[in-house]
Design a protein around this ligand. Structure first.
Ligand code: GLN
Ligand code: ZN
Length: 751
């Protein structure tokens, strides 16, 4: 059998790409120097994957920022506002990713969305009526050639034309089908050039196919691929899907002239069924995604072999269920992690070995690997806590509801807080400057004492509170200096989690997160945030928001167990966070924000599964956290995405008193769903984009507030940035927040 992967992490085993890109932004290195780092990382990847014994390598899975943006740029799908800046190609690319503010002009970034059901984000390709889709870039050819020059024959990977059009935003009159012809020609040119360079295969990623497909969708797919596949220029074409099964398009896919079809056997509940019931074309290669590309647990070889034996006997390539981008590089970077844990884990590099192990076992030479794996799975692995299991089992319906009703609470809290109209606040974190990170690093290395570490953070909290008071924000935060990451921080203080040192996973751009691993039943044995919040509150008469991460987000941004359901683990976490909320309340914190940044992220990709498989337990799990606080305690929540118009009822059903979310990067279209009577929760729809270093002017923010007020009743509106400020610099944050407060004051006067 043959082995391959869909894609590999690209940030560097020690995040070299992130650091190089940041240096480039600060003009500390040149484009050439950045290019050299990138080339080294690509080289290392090819070498690692090839050394591991994987037969088919890929290229063009590398990106400086995002592969969807790469595809759009390759095909000249670049909005006019960026072209007008007349930047170098690399800087134009980064201007789309991050916005641009400088001597050549001032423009916001492209909108950014979560990549299907992952915590990776892509930049939304923006089509204007005069967008001239054509092949203009060379990245895919350059990287193919680069690999070839190093002796590696690769299969270049490119976002497929269908998913490219499906993910696009259409700014003017033209819609996706209007670009079909141009897109087909552009991809055909890619085929022809790649074939000319000596490529044998191309992988076109079409994850959009795992969502619900309408007739019109399938028609678009056909209109793109019929002509394209009739002109392959000798290249073999792999249609690669992942994150689910292709039940709506299987017939179509197998009837078109693809040379290979990549299916996900992990999240694709019906993948096996489709093949068994409908057959698989003899002349096509099945790229079987058997190794889970999303979790960090070792695969159970017996289960995998069982699955493989049910697949068609010929023409199989063993692969991963999705790109390995979504898992960390390697366990080799975790020397401090005990072997008793490590032996159960497999990161990207170790998953390569799993693929070759399976291959060897199937070929008759992997006896030892199989035996070792069977021994591992014969014993229970997770750490159990009977008290917690019982507590979850005894939860009653009433535990998931808060009394009194939202309306009554709103009245009570209005009196309690007496805030001005359009109250201003922030989402929680303030810039994590070099000093803040250095303080933490020193503490972790044992160079300073816990006392010194805490004292530094206290000084930061003090400065932060003074700053917020000075500029006149109404509801303050302590700044979250003690937190590396909103999930890892809680994971470290709760029982049941494991931590890593270098297990970074790319989130947006070159930013990474380090998800904890849930190792057992989760419980809270000590207060987590109380000391910092109480200290911060002691410094001001204004309300200080306590800041918690919600149970669904902690689950979604961790690597979950595989032996119990996600619902079960989430309820365990919810009980732990509930105890923390009650502790905050007991210590005088009157506003508590429970962030559910990642709630939408794990929404099933098929609409019919949304409630039954997810929201029906996820929303109650959130409510459980706040269900026992007093009516005077105000519960806030925050969400990090702009797309929730379609689950607005579920969001309202969280029964928070206030929700802040990210709308600024989506042109506030979401506001339409918040009109008048069908959304009770008070809202702060983010008045500027914190994912970009750009400073919004006072009048710009005032304009945004007016836009919000056209749709949302005045009494329901809060004013805030669209997310936490920790990734930003102090200078731009200061200026931006000053403008926000000034704009709010100006609008209040005009009311
Ligand atoms: N309170 C968190 C912060 O401000 C929320 C972060 C997030 O939404 N991603 O950083
Ligand atoms: Zn956010």
């Amino acid at each position: 059998m043959t082995t391959t992967i869909i894609g590999y992490p690209r940030i560097g085993t020690h995040r070299e790409l992130k650091f190089a890109v940041q240096k480039y932004f600060k003009h500390e290195i040149t484009a050439d120097e950045l290019g050299q780092t990138a080339a080294e990382l690509r080289h290392q990847n090819w070498q690692t994957i090839s050394d591991a014994g994987i037969d088919q390598l890929v290229s063009n899975d590398f990106s400086y920022y995002d592969t969807t943006l790469d595809a759009a740029t390759l095909f000249n799908i670049v909005p006019k506002r960026y072209k007008a800046l007349h930047l170098s190609p690399l800087d134009e690319y980064f201007a789309q990713a991050r916005g641009y503010q400088g001597e050549k002009g001032d423009t916001t970034a492209l909108s950014m969305k979560k990549w299907f059901n992952t915590n990776y984000h892509y930049l939304v390709p923006e089509f204007e009526d005069d967008t001239d889709v054509k092949l203009v870039g060379t990245k895919i050819f350059d990287e193919y050639q680069e690999a070839k020059d190093q002796g590696y024959q690769t299969r270049p990977v490119l976002l497929g034309p269908y998913t490219l059009l499906q993910l696009g935003a259409y700014e003017d009159n033209k819609k996706a089908p209007d670009f079909t012809q141009a897109v087909v020609s552009a991809y055909e040119e890619v085929f022809s050039k790649l074939a000319g360079l000596g490529a044998e295969w191309i992988q076109l990623d079409e994850p959009s196919l795992v969502k619900d497909q309408s007739e019109a969708d399938l028609e678009l797919f056909t209109d793109l691929y019929k002509p394209l596949l009739s002109n392959k220029h000798g290249l073999k074409v792999l249609a690669q899907t992942y994150f689910g099964d292709v039940r709506d398009s299987y017939d179509l896919l197998t009837s078109l002239d693809f040379d290979g079809l990549g299916l996900d056997f992990h999240e694709g509940d019906e993948s096996l069924d489709l093949i068994q019931k409908q057959g698989f074309p003899d002349d096509e290669v099945l790229y079987a995604g058997v190794i889970n590309g999303k979790n960090v647990w070792k695969a159970n070889y017996d289960e995998k072999l069982n699955l493989i034996h049910k697949l068609p006997k010929t023409n199989i390539v063993l692969s991963t269920s999705c790109s390995l981008l979504h898992v960390p590089y390697t366990l080799e970077n975790e020397p401090q992690l005990d072997e008793k844990y490590k032996k159960y884990l497999a990161f990207a590099k170790e998953k390569l070995t799993e693929l070759t192990d399976l291959d060897h076992i199937l070929g008759g030479s992997g006896e030892d690997a199989l035996k070792a794996n069977e021994a591992l799975f014969a014993k229970p692995r997770y750490q159990e806590n009977q008290a917690i299991i019982d507590k979850v089992a005894s939860l009653k319906e009433s535990d998931f509801h808060r009394e009194p009703s939202f309306k009554e609470r709103a009245e009570i809290q209005k009196k309690e807080f007496d805030l001005p109209e359009l109250p201003t606040t922030t989402i929680g974190s303030f810039p994590q400057t070099r000093e803040v990170r250095r303080n933490r690093a020193k503490y972790k290395r044992g160079e300073i004492t816990k006392k010194q570490y805490d004292q530094f953070n206290r000084d930061m909290i003090k400065q932060c509170v003074e700053f917020q008071e000075k500029i006149g924000l109404d509801v303050l935060v302590h700044g979250e200096y003690e937190r590396n990451d909103m999930v890892e921080y809680f994971g470290e203080k709760l029982d049941g989690f494991l931590f890593t040192s270098n297990a970074w996973v790319q989130s947006y751009g070159t930013r990474c997160v380090k998800p904890p691993i849930i190792w057992g039943d989760v419980s809270r044995n000590q207060p987590i945030t109380v000391a910092e919040s109480v200290y911060a509150q002691s410094l001001t008469d204004k309300p200080m928001k306590g800041m918690l991460t919600g149970p669904v987000t902690i689950l979604n941004w961790s690597f979950p167990r595989e032996d119990i359901s996600k619902k079960e683990t989430t309820l365990q976490i919810a009980l732990a966070i509930q105890a923390e909320a009650l502790d905050l309340e007991k210590h005088g914190i009157k506003i508590i924000q429970i962030d559910e940044a990642a709630l939408r992220e794990k929404l099933p990709l098929r609409k019919s599964d949304w409630y039954s498989r997810y929201l029906d337990w996820a929303i109650p799990a959130f409510r459980l956290v706040g269900s026992k606080v007093k009516p005077t305690t105000q519960i806030h929540t925050h969400m990090c995405y702009s797309e929730f118009g379609d689950i607005i009822d579920a969001i309202d059903d969280m029964d928070a008193d206030v929700i802040s979310f990210e709308a600024s990067r989506a042109d506030l279209t979401l506001l339409d769903t918040l009109q008048e009577d069908h959304f009770k929760t008070h809202v702060g729809p983010g008045v500027y984009d914190i994912h970009s270093p750009r400073i919004p002017s006072e009048s710009e923010v005032a304009g945004t507030i007016h836009k919000i007020l056209k749709k949302v009743p005045l009494n329901n509106v809060w004013i805030n940035p669209d997310c936490g400020l920790k990734t930003r610099g102090t200078k731009e944050t200061t200026a931006s927040l000053e403008n926000v407060v000034a704009a709010t004051k100006q609008v209040r006067k005009e009311l």
